[in-house]
Write a protein that binds this ligand. Sequence first.
Ligand SMILES: [Zn+2]
Length: 272
Amino acid sequence: MASYDVREALCEIGRRVWQRGFVAANDGNFSYRLGEDTVLATPTRLSKGFMEPADLVVLDMDGTVKSGHRKSTSEIRLHLNAYRRRPDIRAVVHVHPPHATAFACTGIPVPKGVLEETEIYLGEIPLVPYMPTGSWEFARGLDPWIETHDVFLLAHHGAVTFGHDPFDAYYKMEVLDLSCRTLIQARQLGAWERLSPAQVRGVMEVKARHGMNDPREGLSDEELADDTVLPRQAAALPECFTPAASPGAAFPMITDEPKHSSPPKPEPHKKQ
Ligand SMILES: [Zn+2]
């Protein structure tokens, strides 16, 4: 994708997330990895519904603005951490879609095995524990799942999606919020009916045939029916989730992170 097209794509996504009510005021941010040490990103303090290509900023992997007349957002750390850990992704979208965020506010996990489309396109969706926005702890909150998942809910905040290009990440966000909207409406009619573990495995086989990873391969029936993703990843939780973690670490200057000295080595998307 040529640089100009990427700028247009990010502005178009800005219009769509604003029109869909996934953001209010100046909320949300999305980015595209231009190269090993270069990221194109939306700026802070600007409605994403009214962005022009010249409003975007180019950053290095330490978050320093290299070109552009606007300032970057502190939430860019979420994107930079993702690009460091996932050399296979090229785009990140972070917004506050109301139906998905409703799950993130209640702590109710998005149920697995209810909607086939959700199973195919999103798989399971981790609910990342709350950390103050903009901190590196906030950015690293995704780490326990970051190598195996592309869609995340952020507790008390919103959602994040990864993609191989901006629209791939954006479409996952659309599917996420529509799925959550449908699940909320279905729940008003009655209990969610689940696919059986065998039926879920059938969906996973379809995904595998299309080259789509699903980190649940090899799980037991009980684990497949468990809506929380946390238990089997708990050992990988970073130190920032321990009680000793200091909330005072929020909003440090972006240069508090050690310099990113060597670019990440490309490697295939790992399976669990
Ligand atoms: Zn946010």
